[in-house]
Design a protein around this ligand. Structure first.
Ligand code: NIG
Ligand code: FE
Length: 406
């Protein structure tokens, strides 16, 4: 007879398994946990005999996979509220960037912050996500743009995860902007990234993937290619900020390198969507940036759906284009602005977000063998998770089977 560490009963369960009908729904379900993993999940009536060290009756609460925010820049110093005011008066994001503000203003603040200051200044943002049921967060570097600050950001990201008891997936984003000391010397900066910074990042083991910002105001497809080739040689998977402000061929570029994800995609044309589908690259949609930039070009949601591209959603939490520290708000925005269904929204922050991080086999659905990262909600139906704006409905968050104190 199996022995479990914890048995949860009396729950309605949205397993989010793709092969188990709408929401992967189970009424009057039970779920058992052993060694931090899901041991069994199904209707209570079909539960095999077993003994549990602890049993909790959830009295009708809903269980879903814990949420996953698969695209954030939440480690940085300072903020850009002043720039936000400038934008409200009519300045564009690209104009502010061209005048040395934008990403570069956060680079100045981040270079001046030590590791403790970065951790302390970013903890509140991560804590906001965790309070909403997020147990896995991707965090990018990209506000250092020199070797030491990039490494420091990645260290800060890892230590934030450890101190809040959640799991952090780190991404090296050295190709985010051209730093001032390389002004007019783009090729030198790319060579520096490829020859010095990327190998140091790979050797440090501090990054789980490599990202780049492919855009007219950032790096071209050719420039990104050299970086991606080196990343793959060093054994690091890639992802891309693609087609956010213009069609730069970003989706096709990401697909051609077998990227885990291509993110933003507002300006991606049909051929880019087809390339993502063929490569199995996850589309990560970022409605917080769409909203904050007052973008009007919608990402091609219908085409992505029609071609079977996995659709994930994330906050893109960053000081410039998406000061959003709420994954629930991202879900609501995706439903309202992008017309994603509430089920797609929940899948986008669980199953598909796990895929975007290369963690699809380990988490993102409630099924035996996966990590027991589970959210318990006081809701009447999981569509509510994409419906309310700003309502705290989380009852409990379990990370690797342990209830997190919030
Ligand atoms: O995802 N697009 C580039 N990177 C961020 C913005 C970063 C910033 O403005 O600080 C984004 O939107
Ligand atoms: Fe981003």
């Amino acid at each position: 007879m199996p022995t479990w560490d914890l048995l949860l009963t009396g729950a309605r369960i949205a397993t989010m398994r793709a092969d188990a009908g709408p929401w992967g729904l189970l009424e009057d379900g039970a779920l058992s946990i052993a060694g931090g993993r899901i041991a069994w999940v199904g209707p209570r009536a079909g539960m095999p005999p077993g003994t549990a060290a602890e049993t909790r009756d959830l009295a009708g609460a809903w269980l879903t996979p814990a949420l996953i925010d698969c695209h954030t820049h939440l480690v940085f110093a300072g903020n850009r509220a002043a720039e936000f005011e400038q934008r409200l008066k009519g300045a564009s994001y690209a104009e502010i960037a061209a005048a040395g503000g934008g990403i570069l203003s956060t680079v100045r603040a981040t270079r001046a912050a030590d590791r403790e200051a970065l951790v302390e200044g970013s903890a509140r943002r991560l804590a906001s996500l965790v309070r909403e049921g997020v147990a896995t967060v991707e965090i990018k570097s990209g506000y250092g743009l020199d070797r030491d600050t990039e490494l420091r950001m990645l260290e800060a990201a890892r230590s934030l995860g450890a101190s809040l008891g959640v799991s952090v997936s780190t991404t090296f984003l050295g190709a985010h902007a051209l730093p001032p000391e390389f002004a007019g010397r783009r090729d030198d900066y790319l060579r520096f990234l490829v020859d010095e910074v990327l190998p140091a990042v790979a050797a440090s083991g501090l990054a789980d993937s490599v990202d780049a910002y492919c855009e007219r105001i950032a790096f071209s497809a050719d420039e990104v290619s050299g970086l991606f080739e080196r990343a793959l040689e060093l054994g690091l998977p890639v992802r891309l900020h693609a087609d956010q402000l213009s069609d730069c061929g970003g989706a096709e570029l990401a697909a051609s390198y077998g990227a885990l994800s291509a993110d933003h995609l507002e300006y991606t044309p049909e051929r880019g969507v087809r390339a993502l589908a063929a490569a199995g690259t996850v589309a990560v949609l970022l409605p917080g940036a769409y909203l904050t930039l007052r973008e009007t070009q919608l990402p091609p949601v219908e085409a992505l759906r029609a071609h079977g591209v996995p659709l994930a959603l994330a906050t893109d939490c960053n000081p410039g284009t998406s000061p959003l520290c709420s994954i629930r708000t991202a879900m609501s925005l995706a439903a309202t602005l992008f017309r994603m269904t509430p089920e797609e929204c929940l899948a986008g922050v669980t199953r598909e977000a796990a895929k975007a991080l290369g963690l699809g086999a380990d988490r993102g659905t409630l099924e035996p063998g996966k990590r027991a990262d589970i959210a318990a909600w006081d809701i009447a139906h999981p569509a509510e998770l994409s419906y309310w704006l700003g309502l705290d409905q989380l009852r409990d968050l379990y990370v690797s089977g342990r209830r997190l104190e919030r």
